[in-house]
Design a protein around this ligand. Structure first.
Ligand code: NAD
Ligand code: UDP
Length: 349
């Protein structure tokens, strides 16, 4: 128990009661743990849950997350942030768990690949064991990377994927695949109610300017008037989902009927080449940046597009925000970030 961290129950507060006003009278706030809650997606999820009236504990080691992502959440007395690495067990009293902790950008997850694998595998194990003790439903942020460089297009959940287990992306891809295996086995052996989202490339405000993923890279480069770096010839494709659409999918999936204990693709089926994305960002920013080419990273998938039939059928979900609209919102965010001097910080336990 040396590494076990204990945190007391969250208290119901006046602020939480106020934030629930306007809710249905049968609304019952839950205590919800969000690992990776200070990251890009996690911070949006925390905010959504708090606005719904729930109590949220964000657990994060702040590797790629930041205090500025959650600074505005101090307005909610029902929010608490804890610095903790999910590789170590944690003990909390909550009703539901969202497991998002893991660096998602290739340069970041490849910076310490052994820790990335440990984060996915030991993180999943620790949180599943907590879910067993609490009898809590647990959501896992899996990824389209479980399909690797896919030979089936678009990717449907029944496809097993084409992953190199011995390359620079394997720490992430295989870590996420093992995590899915653990979720499968905890469900079948221990009856844990699981939710698995296979997330396709998602973008939006609160990505870090130095995140390294393509949308933030291109926007920051365009706004700074720097060269836009296309890796390879730019013919590889991705499908880009705006963050608000994805978080709506998370919420629908978590609250879906008990039978949905299997992976569900969440992403925007619109498919673009990386060159098209670069041209769109230049057009939307009005930038004079030039496109340059850099070497294609090893094992970079050539195509990716989700088949979202399952989410449409079971969750009545499909993305609403087209790429141009999402890019405009994201460009506005990065314009603000690049103009800023001192970000707001909050105290973290
Ligand atoms: P992100 O890097 O912004 O957020 C990850 C968060 O997890 C950060 O706050 C980071 O500090 C935290 N974290 C990392 N390792 C940790 C550890 N060992 N212990 C505790 N906290 C840790 O990435 P994101 O885009 O917000 O992704 C969130 C989740 O969604 C990740 O699990 C990622 O694999 C998954 N995902 C994201 C996308 C996407 O396009 N954004 C696509 C597929 C899957
Ligand atoms: N990419 C690029 N320039 C960049 C960053 C990424 O051309 O500055 C390419 C990358 O090689 C990949 C695609 O954009 O083909 C998406 O990369 P990202 O890292 O965003 O996500 P992932 O490869 O994990 O889907």
């Amino acid at each position: 128990m040396g590494n076990l961290h204990s945190v007391s129950l969250l208290q119901t507060t006046n602020a939480s009661l106020e934030s629930r006003s306007g809710q249905r009278s049968d609304f019952s706030p839950k205590r919800i743990l969000v690992t990776g809650g200070a990251g890009f997606l996690g911070s949006h999820l925390c905010e959504t849950l708090l606005r719904e009236g729930h109590h949220v504990i964000c657990v994060d080691n702040f590797f790629t997350g930041s205090q500025r992502n959650i600074g505005h959440l101090v307005d909610f007395a029902t929010f608490k942030a804890i610095r903790h690495d999910v590789v170590e067990p944690i003990d909390l009293e909550v009703d539901e768990i969202y497991n998002l902790a893991c660096p998602a950008s290739p340069p970041h997850y490849q910076a310490d690949p052994i820790h990335t694998t440990k984060t996915s595998v030991l993180g999943a194990l620790n949180l599943l064991e907590l879910a067993v003790r609490l009898q809590a439903r647990i959501f896992h942020a899996s990824t389209s990377e479980v399909y690797g460089d896919p030979e089936v297009h678009p990717q449907v959940e029944s496809y097993w994927g084409n992953v190199n287990p011995f390359g620079p992306r394997a720490c992430y891809d295989e870590g996420k695949r093992v995590a899915e295996t653990l979720f499968h086995d905890f469900h079948h052996r221990h009856g844990v109610e699981i939710r698995i989202a296979r997330i396709f490339n998602t973008y939006g405000p609160r990505m870090r300017p130095d995140d390294g993923r393509v949308v933030s890279n291109f926007i920051v480069q365009a706004l700074k008037g720097e060269d836009i770096t296309i890796y390879g010839d730019g013919s590889q494709t991705r499908s880009f989902c705006y963050v608000d659409d994805l978080i709506d999918g998370f919420r629908r999936l978590m609250d879906a009927p008990a039978s949905l204990n299997r992976p569900v693709n969440l992403g925007n089926p619109g498919e673009f080449t990386i060159r098209q994305l670069a041209e769109l960002v230049i057009e939307q920013t009005g930038s004079s940046s030039k496109i340059v080419h850099r070497p294609l990273p090893v094992d970079d998938p050539t195509q990716r597009r989700p088949d979202i039939s399952l989410a449409m059928r079971e969750l009545e979900w499909q993305p609403q925000i087209p790429l141009v609209t999402g890019l405009q919102k994201t460009i506005a965010y990065f314009e603000g970030v690049l103009a800023e001097t001192s970000p707001a910080l909050i105290e973290v336990a």
